[in-house]
Write a protein of this length. Structure first.
Length: 67
């Protein structure tokens, strides 16, 4: 009886997984797209920030503060 119970459990789990996969398939693509956009946005902000820091370092007024 125990082996029969085990196979029933594994079948049940497999069915649940496939249902979950089917329902999430469409939304996952959308989430991935949103994540890509977010990463792109963050990358642009980081580049801007780095550029701003570099510009500040290059300014002659900064040398006075360093002394």
């Amino acid at each position: 009886p125990s082996t029969e119970q085990q196979s029933n459990d594994s079948n049940h789990i497999a069915t649940l997984d496939s249902i979950k996969l089917e329902s999430n398939n469409h939304s996952n693509g959308n989430i991935q797209h949103q994540l890509d956009l977010k990463l792109d946005e963050n990358a642009k902000l980081l580049i801007q920030l780095r550029q701003a820091q570099y510009d500040r370092l290059c300014q002659p007024s900064n040398k006075i503060h360093q002394i």
